[in-house]
Design a protein. Structure first.
Length: 542
C-alpha cells in the first residue's frame, strides 16, 4: 500500500469539503494552491530553494563581457580562438546562452564538493558544516547552472561532472531531472590517490566519481579509449572511429612463404618489406582487397610498417568499457606536481590531473569540437585540450569560466595557460616548447538595467563586439570586420580584404551597390543577431 498516496487522498478529501464551505475567492484560491501542491510529483529531489546574490544583482543589472586586450594571446594565426571568461559563472553562462545555445559539444566541470571545509561559497558566504541548509544551498547553486548547461549542449553533447561522496546522491537526482534519467550513462569511478588518507568510518576513501550524461545521439561517444588505445577518425572514414593494429604475424618466411613479399603503397609507390621472422598477416590477394577497402594505413616513412585499421564498430560488445574504466590516468598528485612545475609552489589546491580530462575528452569521436568548463579553477581543461590538439592535430576549442576569488583567474588560471601556450614561465624561464594557440580574456561587467532606452542600446552595443567574437570563436581583425554604424560602411568597403567576413549590426542597412561591392571581393556579409541584448532592451522599452 502506498501510504503517502493514502495520506494525500485523505487530506485532499478534507480540503474538498473545506472548499465547499467557503464563499470568498481568496480562501478558495488558497485551498486550490494547497491541492495543487499535494498533487505534484512526489518522487525526486526535494530541497529548500535559496536565493543567491548573483541572481539578485540581475534584477537591476545586465551582464556583459569586456575584453582585456592586455591579456590576448595570438600565437597561431591560422587558428580560431579559445576564451577565458573571468567572473561569476552564472553570469557567463547566461551570456553563453546567447552565443552558444546548442553549440557546446563537451562540458567538463569540477564543482565545489561542499565538504563543509570552506570549499563552497554561496552568496559571498562560506558554507560550513554548521549550516543546516548547506545541502539545499548547494543544490540551488548547481541547478541554476546545470539548467543553462543543458541548453548549451548540442543534440549529441555530453557532460562530465566530477564529484565525491558528499553530494553524489543529490547530484545524481538533480541531473536526472535536468538532463533526463534516460540520458544517464554511468557514474564512472576514478582512483584519485594511491596512499592512505585519514580514515572515515574505518575506511580510507581513495576514489571520486565522474557523472556522465549524454544527449540524444550516444553513438558519438564512449568506447573511444579501449585497451589503452584511442579510437578516432582522422580521415572521416564512414565506418567510424578506428585505431591501428599490427599487420604482421609471428611466422617465419620459411613457414609462410606466400606471406613474405614486398608491399607497395599505391599512392606513393613506397615499398615495405616484412621481417623474415614476422611476415604479413595476409596473402597478396587478401592484402590487395584490404587496400582497396581503405583498411591499410601506410606510414610516411619506410622505417615504420603499414598497419591495419581496426574499427570500433566492429569490436565485440564485451569490449565496451567498464564503469570503473578510468584506471589509466594520473592521480591528484599529478595535478599538484603540474602546478608546482609552472609556479614553483602549490598556488591551487586539489587540481585535477590533465591526463584525467584528456582521457574523458578522448571519448568523444571528434577532434574538432568545443569544450566548456564553467568551474575552470586552475585551467586544467584548457591544458588538456591544448595537449590533445598537439597529439592528434586537432582543432578543439575551449571556453573556460572562473571567478577571480583570491585573484585566482589573474594569478593562476591565465598565467598557467600563457605558460603552456608560450612555453615560458612568468619568471622568464623555459617551461616547454609551447603549444601555440590563441586566447581572448573577457571580464564580466554589469550595466544598469534602467537607463533611457537609447542610452542602454548604446551601452550594450559597446559590448556586442565581444559577443560576435565569442559566438564565432574568432577575433575581429582585418579579415573579420564589424560595422556598427552606417557612417562606417563606405570606409569598411574600401578597406575590406578579399574573402573577409563582414558583420553588420541589425540596424545598419547596406544598399544593393554596397552589397555588390562586397560580393565582388568575395566577402561574406553576416547580420549581427538581435538576440544578444534584444530581450533586455525590450524589457526597458516596456
Amino acid at each position: 500500500m502506498n501510504l503517502s498516496k493514502a495520506k494525500r487522498e485523505k487530506m485532499l478529501e478534507f480540503l474538498s469539503q473545506l472548499k465547499n464551505q467557503q464563499t470568498d475567492e481568496t480562501s478558495i484560491h488558497t485551498i486550490n494552491e494547497i491541492e495543487q501542491a499535494l498533487t505534484e510529483k512526489k518522487y525526486g529531489l526535494v530541497w529548500e530553494e535559496h536565493t543567491e546574490s548573483t541572481v539578485d544583482i540581475l534584477k537591476d543589472n545586465i551582464p556583459v563581457f569586456s575584453q582585456d586586450n592586455t591579456k590576448s594571446i595570438n600565437s597561431n594565426p591560422d587558428d580560431g580562438y579559445n576564451f577565458l571568461l573571468e567572473g561569476d559563472n552564472l553570469h557567463s553562462l547566461l551570456l553563453l546562452e546567447k552565443t552558444h545555445s546548442r553549440k557546446i559539444d563537451v562540458i567538463y566541470i569540477d564543482p565545489p564538493y561542499n565538504t563543509g571545509n570552506k570549499d563552497f561559497v554561496y552568496s559571498d558566504q562560506i558554507v560550513g558544516n554548521e549550516d543546516a541548509f548547506r545541502h539545499s544551498k548547494w543544490i540551488s547553486f548547481m541547478r541554476r547552472r546545470l539548467v543553462i548547461a543543458r541548453r548549451l549542449l548540442t543534440d549529441d553533447g555530453i557532460i562530465f561532472i566530477s564529484i565525491d561522496d558528499n553530494e553524489f546522491a543529490p547530484l545524481r537526482l538533480l541531473c536526472d531531472e535536468v538532463f533526463g534519467a534516460e540520458r544517464f550513462i554511468t557514474a564512472a569511478v576514478w582512483k584519485r590517490r594511491a596512499s592512505s588518507a585519514m580514515a572515515s568510518r574505518n575506511i580510507s576513501v581513495d576514489h571520486e566519481y565522474v557523472l556522465i550524461y549524454c544527449m540524444e545521439k550516444r553513438e558519438r561517444f564512449f568506447g573511444q579509449v579501449k585497451d589503452n588505445k584511442v579510437y578516432s577518425n582522422p580521415d572521416n572514414d564512414p565506418r567510424g572511429p578506428w585505431t591501428t593494429g599490427d599487420l604482421t604475424v609471428g611466422m617465419t618466411s620459411e613457414m609462410r612463404p606466400n606471406q613474405y613479399y614486398d608491399l607497395k603503397d599505391p599512392s606513393t609507390g613506397k615499398v615495405y618489406k616484412p621481417s623474415k621472422s614476422r611476415v604479413w598477416s595476409y596473402i597478396p590477394s587478401s592484402m590487395d582487397k584490404l587496400i582497396a577497402e581503405n583498411r591499410i594505413v601506410f606510414p610516411k616513412s619506410t622505417d615504420r610498417r603499414p598497419m591495419k585499421k581496426r574499427f570500433l564498430s566492429e569490436l565485440k560488445s564485451d569490449t565496451n568499457p567498464m564503469s570503473s574504466w578510468i584506471t589509466n590516468v594520473g592521480l591528484n598528485t599529478e595535478g599538484t606536481k603540474t602546478i608546482k612545475s609552472i609556479f614553483g609552489s602549490t598556488v591551487f589546491s586539489y587540481p585535477k590531473p590533465v591526463s584525467l580530462i584528456k582521457y574523458l575528452i578522448q571519448q568523444v569521436n571528434s577532434n574538432d569540437c568545443t569544450v566548456l568548463d564553467f568551474f575552470a579553477g586552475s585551467g586544467t581543461t584548457g591544458a588538456a585540450v591544448l595537449e590533445l590538439n598537439k597529439e592528434d592535430n586537432g582543432k578543439r576549442k575551449f571556453i573556460l569560466c572562473t571567478n577571480n576569488e583570491n585573484n585566482l583567474c589573474e594569478t593562476v588560471t591565465y598565467p598557467r595557460l600563457k605558460t603552456i601556450i608560450s612555453g615560458i614561465r612568468g619568471d622568464g624561464s623555459v617551461y616547454s616548447d609551447g603549444l601555440p594557440a590563441n586566447l581572448l580574456y573577457y571580464n564580466t561587467k554589469m550595466i544598469k538595467r534602467y537607463p533611457k532606452i537609447d542610452s542602454l542600446r548604446e551601452l550594450t552595443l559597446e559590448h556586442t563586439r565581444e559577443m560576435i567574437q565569442l559566438e564565432n570563436m574568432q577575433i575581429l581583425d582585418r579579415l573579420h570586420v564589424a560595422i556598427f554604424d552606417e557612417e562606417e560602411i563606405e570606409e569598411t568597403i574600401i578597406n575590406s580584404q578579399p574573402n573577409s567576413t563582414i558583420y553588420v549590426a541589425s540596424d545598419v542597412f547596406l544598399n544593393n551597390k554596397q552589397l555588390n561591392s562586397l560580393e565582388e571581393k568575395g566577402c561574406d556579409v553576416v547580420m549581427v543577431p538581435d538576440y544578444y541584448f534584444n530581450y533586455e532592451l525590450k524589457e526597458v522599452g516596456e
